[in-house]
Each structure stands twice: as C-alpha cells, then as structure tokens.
Write a protein that binds this ligand. Sequence first.
Ligand code: PLP
Length: 390
Amino acid sequence: MDTLEKTETFVCPTYARQGKAFVSGSGMFLTDEDGQVFTDFLAGIAVCSLGHCHPEVTAAIQDQAGKLVHVSNLFYTLPQADLAQALVANSFADQVFFGNSGAEANEAAIKLARRYFQRKGDTDRYRIITMKGSFHGRTMATLTATGQDKVKQGFYPLLPGFSHVPFNDFPALEQTMDDTVCAVMLEPVQGEGGVIPADPEYLSEVRALCDRTGALLIFDEIQTGMGRCGTLFAHEIYQVTPDIMTLAKALGNGVPIGAMLATGEAATGFEPGSHGSTFGGTPLATAAGLKTLALISDPAFLARVREKGRYFKSQLQKLKKTHSRVKDVRGAGLLIGMELDAGADAVKTQCFKKGFIINAIQDKVLRFAPPLIVETADIDRLVSVLDSLL
Ligand SMILES: Cc1ncc(COP(=O)(O)O)c(C=O)c1O
C-alpha cells in the first residue's frame, strides 16, 4: 500500500485531501514523495509562518527535546513561564492558559467567561454571542460557537446559551445583547468564513457596547494573530483591545500549542482545579513558541509583512482589473482572500498541478496565507500562474 491508500484505509475519513504526500519542507517549499517541489502559499493553514523547518525553531525544539519534553502541570517548567511572560509583555494580557490547539484555547475562553460571572454569583449571565460565518473549532462548545451550519450537522443537540448575529452588523448585536450575555466572541478578520475583515467602526462599537453592559470581549486570533495580519495581533490594527484573546496555529510554527490570554480581571474566573490540560504548555511546545514569538514580534519583521502584504494585494487587484471573474480582493497583511464569481476549487486544483499550494473556501474565495517570509519573487510567480488560469 502506498501512503495515500494506507491513509484512506486506516485514518478516519474526516478530511478531503489533495492527492500528494509530503516528506520534507524548507522555507516556502514542500517536497512530495516523488521529489516534486511545491511553493506553499498556505503554510499549513496559517501555521508555519516562519516557513517550514525554520532553523532557529528547529534548533530550539531539538535542544528542548534533549532536555525535557513533559512533566505535567503538577510542576513548574521554565519554558512555560518564559512564554507566558513574553506573551504578556507583548500584549494587553496579564495571564495565559496553555492548551494544544485553537479549539482548546477557545474552550478555555468560553469557560473563563462563564466562570468569571458565576464566581461573582451572577449565575444568569452565561450567554455567548458569536458571529454568523465565524469559525471557532470542532469541539462541542466551539462548534456550537461557530456561525456555520455545516460543522454542526449530525452533532445535535448542541450546547445551550449561544446566539449568532450577522458579522459587521452593530444594530443586530445591540438588539441581541442583554444582561444574560457573559461574552461577545469574534475574529477580527473572519478566516474560514472567507477572509472578511471587521469594519473598524464596528469593532469600536462592539468594544463600547461590552463596556456599557459589562460583557467580556473575546477576540479569536487563532488565524489572525502572530504577525499574520502585519501586526503581532490583528486587533492592534483596529486599536481595539479585548478582555480575552485566543492564539494557536502559528504560535509554535507547527508544534501544537494553543493559548488563551486574559486581563488580570477576567482571569479571576479561574482558580486551581477549575480548568486544565495534560499536555497544555509542555516544555517542548513552549520552547518552540518562545523562539517563534521572539522572531515574529521583531518590529522590522512585522514591517516587512505589511510591505509584502500590500504588494501581494496590489498585484491581485491588478488581476481584478483584467479578469471579470474576480469580484473582490481583501484581507490584512498576508491573510488575503480573492473572491471569484465561482470555480475557486478548480483554480486551486490547477494551481496545485502547477506546483503552488493555495486554498479555496466555499468554491468562491481563494485564500492566501503564505509563510510570512514569502518574497516578492514568489508572489510574482504565483500571480503569473493565477493570471493564466483566470
Ligand atoms: C479562527 C479560528 N479559530 C479556531 C480554529 C480552530 O483551531 P484548531 O483547528 O487548532 O482547533 C481555527 C482553525 O482553523 C480558526 O481559524
């Protein structure tokens, strides 16, 4: 059996995969079992932001793997403490909870928001408002939070206490808000929903509404955070600060890690025994996270991300002028969506045949989330392929 057959036989069929098995990666490039090299404009869905097998991250992983991999959260480890301190130093937050994935980070955020009010005796305040089109994960709470029906099929009954309102529609949110709402949760740029940025005014209004009503504001920055949008966290572009933020994806440049960051006030919702995760914040994962954060948070690196994002967008906008199939180009930094009238899946497949990895959402939007180390020459090569395909 080859890799494809073996996978289809022995791995649960939850993914629609493209027909290649990869064996190695370096920077912008992935190599398959036949030795064909692909240019990666997806980075493992916004995960390998420093490129595949970044030498400094690899060295940090190798060094830590030789020292200590896991001891449990019954004890202290320095890499975990160091990464928490570095995340706090680089954000609005005062404390961090570590998990292993985006869904687990969002679970922690949802649990913290509920428990924050329940500890204060406000037991009626448990509702969470999220956005239509949002994506927050595949666990029961996070798929309930997700504003897309397709992830919910077959899993009913869902958790009580979640409401969904249209994104970027402040009156709809205001109407749904009442004193039973403990939190409003949203992505500053909806990723899986089709790369849809929040309107700046909307985010400010949401913040003000939460302040007025006392609800906590949760930003899911699992896809938008860690430099993806050109600032370390996307909410910095909007100058709107949440009470709780979730991270995962690029935080370990491929090593599984999730984090929930909270203000000191919100973090009072947790106490010893209230939440936990066996693998949360292992020395191995946090050593990878610490190195990744140090490299991405460099202001010069982030300035380059903004510059390359602007260049990429401008090149795609040129395609919009010459191809009537292109309806919109949008996004922030190096999280960019190009909406077509239809047929995005076919374009993605054609790109793959020509050695470029991109992604398509709902057959309408081409999503580009390359490693943040992408060069303008890589962008030019992809844009020329897109030009010929469109
Ligand atoms: C915004 C957002 N939140 C949560 C998740 C879930 O993350 P994970 O797949 O690591 O559980 C994703 C994954 O795509 C995401 O994009």
